[in-house]
Ligand binder design. Structure first.
Ligand SMILES: [Zn+2]
Length: 673
C-alpha cells in the first residue's frame, strides 16, 4: 500500500467528525444503490469487490477515530464520537437488512460462477449471507424496525457502560503524604505515585485505580486497611456500592442490555442470546460449551482448593487469621517468595521495554521469516506511540503501531485493533495495519520502562493477534487477517505466542538488565520457570467463573433487576470459586468484555482457544521451540489463512489431528483426576 495512506491523527477535525461521517455514509448508500441498479447477473467484480471498497473506505475513516477515543479520550472527542455512533449503527442495520442487496448476494451464491471463486471469496460470500440473516434481513417490516432500534440502543448502552467504567476508574484517587504508610510497595511503583502527585502539583504520593498503581498496592502494601480501601474502590467501580456508590452505576444498563439481547435473539428465532452468539462461532451449542467449562472446573477444583488452603495456612502463620479477598494477592506474593524465592519486581530490571520489543521481533522474525524496522515518518497521536514496518524478504507486508504505557484518559487493559485489512485493489495489494495498545508502567525520570514478566506476556499476547492480522496472505478483506475468524478461535495466535515468554531458548533474547545488559541469570530463570504454575488452578477457576457466569447469564431469561444478576453470579461462584468474594464486590459492573465488548456469551473463548493454542505449541515442543520449519508451517496453516476457512480445518491442517486438552492441563500444571 502507499504508506502515505496511513492515518493522519493530527489532522482529525474532531468537531466536524459527525458531519463528515454523515456525508461519507450518504455517499456509501448512493454507491450501493448504484451497484444494485446495474444489470445482473452479479459476480465478484461487479458486486463484492465494489462493496469491499465501500467498507474499506469507511473503516479507514472510522478506525482512527475509534482508536483515539480509546487511547486519547477527551470531552470533545467523546462528544463527537457519541454523535457519530448512532450514524454508524443505523448504517450497519440498514445494510444488514437491505433485502435487494441480500438478494443480489444470494443470486451470486446460487450462480454457476460461484464454484469458480477461490476459497476465500466463497467464504466471504457465505459469511455475508449469514450476517444478513443475523441482522434480521428476513424479518417483516415492523420487526425489522424493532430489530434496528434494538441495535441502535445496544450500541449506546455499550458506550455508556464503558464510559462509566473509565470515569469511575479515573474518578478515584488518594493522596498519601508520608511514605511510611506505603511500606512494602516497591520503588518502581512509589516513583510512579510520586510522579503522579507532582503532575497534579501536589506533594507526597498519588494512588489511583489504574492497574500499574492498583496491583502493587494489592500485592505489596503491608497496610491491610490500605489494601482493603483500594480493593473496595476497585471492585465496586460503576456500581451501587463502595466510595463512589451510585455515581456511574452500570446496574440498570446491564439489565437493559440483557433484556434487549434476549428480545433480539427471540426475533431471530433463537431460544436465548447464547444460541445467537454461538451461531458464527466454532462451538456448536451452549450445552457443548457448558460441558466444556464444567469439565475444566472438575479438573481444576481440588487443586484450586489446595492453592487457597496453602495461602490461608501461610497467612495464619504470619498472624492473619481471617484471609479476606484483599489479603490474597498480598500473601500469595509473599508465599511465592518463600517457596520460589522470586517476585515480579526482581524480574522487572531484566525486562526493559526496548529489549523486550527487540527480542519479540527477533523471535517472531526467526519463526516466521520476517523482519521489522522502525518507521519514523508517521503522524502519531502521543509521544509514547511507535510505528514499525514488517518486511518479508525485503518487501513490506504490514504496518504496526504500538502504544504501551498507562496514562489518564486511556482505556485500561490491552488490546489489538486494526486500521485496515489486506485486500486486492486496482492499484495493487493494500497492506494490513494494526494498532497494539497496552497499559504498562511508564518510564520514570531515572529509569526506562521496566516490565514485569506478566506485562511481557501481555505484549506477546497482543502481538500474536497483531501477527494474525499482519501475516495474512488472504486478499479478500472480509476474511483477511483477523476478519471473519470465528470468535472462539481468535485467541489462538495470541495465547500461542505467549509460550515464548517461558522458554529457555527465547528468554535470553527478550531479557537484559537495564543497566548492565546482562541477560536474566540462570538462577533467576530457574526460579521463574519453577514458579510458573504457582496458583494456576486457582487462576483457571477464576477464568472459568467469569466464563460460566457470562454463558449462563445469556442462557437464562433476562433479569428484571441488577440483584438478579448478582444472584446468578453468587450461584456460579458457589459452584466454582475457591475464594469468597465480599458482599460489596460488584465485579460484573465493570465486566466490559461482555457488556461493552464482543464477548457476550463468548468469554469462554479464551479457554476454548487456549486448548487450541497449547496443543498447537506442543508441536513446537516436539520439533524444537525455535524451529523455523514448524514456525513456517504455523504461519502457512493458520496465520496466513485468516477467516478464509473453518478454524477447526485450519487447526487440523497444522496439527495433523483434532485438538486435545492434554497440553493445556499439562502446561498449567493441573493434574486431571
Ligand atoms: Zn486476546
Amino acid at each position: 500500500m502507499n504508506e502515505s495512506d496511513l492515518p493522519r491523527f493530527s489532522d482529525i477535525d474532531i468537531p466536524r467528525l459527525p458531519q463528515r461521517l454523515a456525508s461519507l455514509l450518504d455517499d456509501s448508500r448512493a454507491r450501493v444503490a448504484a451497484l444494485l441498479a446495474g444489470p445482473p447477473p452479479y459476480g465478484w467484480d461487479n458486486l463484492m469487490s465494489p462493496l469491499e471498497a465501500i467498507d474499506d473506505r469507511l473503516e479507514k475513516f472510522w478506525s482512527p477515530v475509534s482508536h483515539l477515543n480509546g487511547v486519547m479520550n477527551s470531552d470533545e472527542l467523546r462528544a463527537a464520537y457519541e454523535s457519530c455512533l448512532p450514524l454508524i449503527t443505523a448504517y450497519q442495520s440498514e445494510m444488514g437488512q437491505n433485502r435487494p442487496l441480500f438478494e443480489a448476494v444470494q443470486s451470486l451464491a446460487d450462480s454457476a460462477g460461484f464454484a469458480d471463486l477461490d476459497n476465500a471469496r466463497q467464504q466471504a460470500v457465505r459469511h455475508m449471507l449469514r450476517d444478513f440473516r443475523l441482522s434480521g434481513v428476513a424479518l417483516e417490516e415492523q420487526e425489522r424496525q424493532r430489530f434496528a432500534a434494538i441495535e441502535q440502543r445496544l450500541s449506546e448502552l455499550a458506550t455508556t457502560f464503558s464510559n462509566n467504567v473509565l470515569d469511575a476508574t479515573d474518578g478515584w484517587e488518594k493522596y498519601v503524604e508520608d511514605g511510611a504508610g506505603l511500606a512494602g510497595i516497591p520503588d518502581t511503583a512509589l516513583q510512579n505515585f510520586r510522579q503522579q502527585a507532582e503532575a497534579q502539583g501536589r506533594s507526597g504520593y498519588r494512588l489511583t485505580l489504574q492497574i500499574p498503581a492498583y496491583l502493587p498496592v494489592m500485592q505489596y502494601a503491608d497496610d491491610r486497611a490500605l489494601r482493603r480501601e483500594l480493593y473496595e474502590a476497585y471492585s465496586t467501580r460503576a456500581s451501587d456500592q463502595g466510595p463512589q456508590a451510585g455515581r456511574w452505576d452500570n446496574g440498570a444498563l446491564m439489565v437493559e442490555i440483557l433484556q434487549l439481547r434476549e428480545e433480539m435473539a427471540s426475533l431471530l428465532g433463537f431460544a436465548n442470546y447464547a444460541e445467537l452468539s454461538l451461531e458464527p462461532k466454532m462451538a456448536e451449542s451452549p450445552a457443548q460449551v457448558l460441558d466444556f467449562l464444567t469439565n475444566l472446573v472438575s479438573a481444576a477444583k481440588a487443586q484450586g482448593e489446595g492453592d487457597v488452603a496453602q495461602v490461608r495456612q501461610f497467612a495464619r502463620e504470619q498472624g492473619c487469621d481471617t484471609l479476606e479477598a484483599w489479603d490474597i494477592p498480598y500473601y500469595s506474593e509473599k508465599l511465592r517468595e518463600r517457596d520460589y524465592a522470586i517476585n515480579q519486581e526482581q524480574l522487572r530490571p531484566y525486562f526493559p521495554a526496548s529489549k523486550v520489543i527487540d527480542g519479540l521481533f527477533a523471535i517472531t522474525g526467526q519463526l516466521f521469516g520476517i523482519r521489522f524496522e522502525a518507521k519514523t515518518d508517521v503522524d502519531l497521536w502521543h509521544p509514547d506511540a511507535q510505528c514499525f514496518r514488517v518486511l518479508d524478504g525485503g518487501e513490506p507486508i504490514a504496518i504496526c503501531y504500538m502504544d504501551l504505557y498507562a496514562r489518564a484518559r486511556k482505556r485500561g487493559g490491552a488490546w489489538m485493533a486494526d486500521y485496515c485489512g489486506r485486500r486486492q485493489t486496482d492499484g495493487g495489494v493494500q497492506l494490513p495495519v494494526a494498532f497494539l495498545t497496552c497499559n504498562f508502567s511508564p518510564p520514570t525520570k531515572d529509569r526506562p520502562a521496566l516490565l514485569t514478566h506478566d506485562e511481557v506476556i501481555t505484549l506477546f499476547h497482543e502481538f500474536g493477534h497483531g501477527l494474525h492480522h499482519m501475516l495474512t496472505e488472504v486478499d479478500v478483506l472480509k476474511v483477511a487477517g483477523i476478519n471473519g475468524v470465528a470468535w472462539d478461535a481468535v485467541e489462538l495466535p495470541s495465547q500461542f505466542l505467549e509460550n515464548w515468554c517461558w522458554q529457555r531458548e527465547s528468554i535470553p533474547l527478550i531479557s537484559g538488565h537495564y543497566e548492565t545488559g546482562e541477560p536474566l541469570p540462570g538462577e533467576l530463570l530457574d526460579k521463574m520457570l519453577a514458579a510458573r504454575n504457582f496458583q494456576s488452578a486457582m487462576q483457571m477457576l477464576r477464568q472459568l467463573e467469569f466464563a460460566l457466569f457470562d454463558l449462563r447469564l445469556h442462557m437464562q431469561p433476562a433479569p428484571g433487576d441488577a440483584a438478579q444478576i448478582q444472584r446468578l453470579l453468587d450461584e456460579v461462584r458457589a459452584g466454582v470459586a475457591v475464594v469468597e468474594a465480599p458482599a460489596f464486590n460488584r465485579f460484573q459492573h465493570s465486566f466490559g468484555h461482555i457488556f461493552a465488548g464482543g464477548y457476550a456469551a463468548g468469554y469462554y473463548s479464551y479457554k476454548w482457544a487456549e486448548v487450541l493454542s497449547a496443543d498447537a505449541f506442543s508441536l513446537f515442543e516436539e520439533e524444537g521451540v525455535m524451529s523455523d520449519r514448524t514456525g513456517r508451517k504455523f504461519q502457512q496453516a493458520i496465520l496466513a489463512r485468516g477467516g478464509s476457512e473453518e478454524a477447526l480445518d485450519l487447526f487440523v491442517a497444522f496439527r495433523g489431528r483434532e485438538p486435545s486438552q492434554e497440553a493445556l492441563l499439562r502446561h498449567s500444571g493441573i493434574v486431571d483426576r
